[in-house]
Design a protein around this ligand. Structure first.
Ligand SMILES: [Zn+2]
Length: 283
């Protein structure tokens, strides 16, 4: 097996994580209400090609990446169950920049951080709150490169600036879908933030690497929903997984559902071992 330093691995991860929002849109009802866009477009190649080589710095301050153990994801699996929260039905009340920003702030501060932060403290990881930014323009230049709302991207996470970006375009169903759809988006993007904070990146570099990252984020979203579902008026697991469609980056709809369920069933991060799963489990 060829050895790679953690830093070697993180560059492609950055590019991959940028693409995560694409599938979330595909998973949402909004796709079908927005016109004749193909149901399964290929991931935008510009995500990879337009991103400059970033100065990768995903480790915690003061730590020497060269001294990291190979299995960087073990801390994430040791987290186990999340903390109880008093998260109260976050929802997008208005489809505009202010409405989305208010939702993201509530979801992060009242629902996601209180659940994840104490849990990560148990394994020695101090979770910094991710930034969030609502984007009204069609594209934005981030520390991870330029991202646009082409292919109906509604959200993405940039590892370099630790920011969850939400596009105002293409989110017309957020309000009518109450809290579960936007929370499904936020919980997935927050999953990438947790991966970032715990240096949880694959040790594999085969063609399934990108998918393993995304499927772990699906699983981490499921971990949050295990308890968080109680806060969501109108939440239904079937609604969430029913929006999944197949694509190369995220895998088949059945596989995505399976990984969401792994987290959702027990609410334990130890069930999110996508990096060592058999190839057939990430197809
Ligand atoms: Zn993603």
């Amino acid at each position: 097996m060829t050895e790679h330093s953690p830093a070697d691995r993180r560059l492609p991860v950055v590019l991959v994580v940028l693409a995560c929002g694409i599938a979330l849109i595909l998973a949402g009802q909004s796709l079908r209400t927005l016109g004749p866009a193909p149901v399964t477009p290929t991931p935008a190649p510009s995500v990879s090609s337009s991103a400059p080589s970033p100065q990768v710095e995903t480790g915690e301050p003061g730590r020497d990446a060269a001294e990291e153990p190979v299995r960087l994801d073990e801390r994430l699996y040791a987290v186990g169950e999340l903390a109880a929260t008093d998260c109260a039905d976050p929802r997008v009340s208005r489809i505009d920049a202010d409405g989305l920003a208010a939702f993201a702030e509530q979801a992060i501060d009242e629902c996601l951080m209180p659940a994840w932060s104490p849990a990560l403290e148990r394994v020695g990881v101090h979770l910094q709150r991710p930034h969030h930014e609502v984007v009204s323009a069609d594209s934005i230049t981030t520390d991870c490169g330029e991202m646009s709302n082409a292919n109906q991207v509604v959200a993405f996470y940039c590892t370099q600036d630790r920011t969850i970006y939400l596009f105002t375009s293409g989110t017309s169903t957020y309000a009518e879908r109450a809290g579960w759809l936007p929370m499904a988006v936020l919980a997935h993007e927050f999953g990438h933030h947790v991966q970032n904070a715990t240096d949880s990146w694959p040790i594999t570099d085969d063609e399934t690497t990108d998918r393993r990252i995304e499927l772990q984020a699906e699983c981490l979203a499921g971990v949050w929903f295990h308890d968080g579902q109680q806060a969501i008026d109108g939440f239904s697991r079937a609604l969430v997984v029913g929006r999944y469609v197949s694509n190369d980056t995220h895998g088949s709809a059945a596989v995505r559902t399976a990984w969401f369920d792994r987290g959702f069933d027990r609410g334990d991060t130890d069930d999110c071992r996508s990096y060592t799963a058999d190839t057939g489990e990430v197809g």
